[in-house]
Design a protein around this ligand. Structure first.
Ligand code: SAM
Length: 275
């Protein structure tokens, strides 16, 4: 019954499955029938390729797929995009079996592992690329953990976004999977460095006190120097890369730098965290 649903609307199917899983009596959620948070629906291969392209997966990357299904995204990341390591996490033993069978055919050796675990009880902090095809509610639940990952970690999701965290990029991907045609919306998020708070910036223009208010990869705030306070404009983060503009002497001056913990280093300026 579930497989016939997969050919229809995943949104409807997933909502139904989510509701069904929530209402399953505890006794029914035994080892072979785990209490899944979302049913299995595979990502079409053309969409997998585009997700991995958007995440710019390459030889330096460790990729995790949370809810990895038949393993196709992890296997493609290692086989086609040369990621150094891939890990798929899925709670359903049937999916792990399928993923391991696909892995055996893929010839990527021991660079890929599939673990039968709950994504909410698994440490995936070693990843610098994470893919998700879950539900909005589940993305939202994972969001605090994701935002604590290393700045620059790429997160690709399909069909479901990250609520009020705007994507760094989103697009619609067409697919034709043996006559099953459709489109999927894909989203790329880059984990931003944490810069909320007060900073003391030293530059050729003198000392400037910054007070930054962060909203994911955007920020605003004030810059105070010589007793005058101005608004910070166009504050943006892409991982650890930071940029913003200040009006200095009536002229807009663009600041670009890299956040490394409590220091931000620019070409001819440095800022230290004050609080
Ligand atoms: C929509 S499918 C996505 C499969 C694969 N990522 C893809 O895109 O082809 C979601 C997967 O999440 C798994 N899943 C659901 N709840 C889970 C949980 N709490 N922990 C681990 N896996 C889970 C399901 O078994 C299913 O394989």
């Amino acid at each position: 019954m579930i497989s016939s649903l997969t050919r229809k609307s995943f949104l409807t199917a997933a909502v139904l499955a989510f509701a069904a899983a929530c209402s399953l009596p505890a006794a029914a959620q035994d080892d072979e029938h785990p209490g899944l948070d979302v049913i299995y629906v595979p990502t079409p291969h053309q969409v997998v390729k585009r997700m991995l392209e958007l995440a710019k997966v390459g030889p330096d990357d460790i990729h995790y797929d949370l809810g990895s299904g038949d393993g196709r995204i992890v296997i493609a990341a290692v086989k086609d995009f040369k990621a150094k390591k891939g890990v798929g996490i899925d709670l359903d033993p049937q999916r792990i079996k399928e993923a391991n069978a696909n892995l055996a055919k893929a010839g990527v050796g021991d660079r890929v592992t599939f673990l039968r675990k709950n994504i909410f009880e698994t440490d995936f902090s070693e990843a610098n690329v994470v893919s998700l095809y879950l539900l909005s509610t589940l993305n939202f639940k994972l969001r605090p953990t994701i935002l604590n990952m290393r700045p620059g970690t790429r997160i690709v999701t399909q069909s479901f976004d990250m609520s009020d965290w705007s994507p760094d990029h989103t697009e619609t991907v067409d697919f034709d999977d043996n006559g099953y045609k459709g489109t999927r919306r894909v989203y790329l998020y880059i984990v931003p460095a944490k810069i909320e708070g007060k900073w003391s910036l030293e530059s050729s223009a003198g000392k400037i006190d910054l007070d930054l208010k962060q909203h994911f990869q955007r920020f605003a705030g004030t810059a105070t120097t010589g007793g005058k306070t101005a608004e910070i404009k166009d504050g943006k983060l892409s991982g650890a890369a930071i940029e913003f503009t200040l009006d200095i002497g009536g002229k807009p001056v663009k600041f670009e730098g890299k956040v490394g913990g409590n220091t931000i280093t620019g070409t001819n300026w440095t800022a230290k965290k004050a609080s």
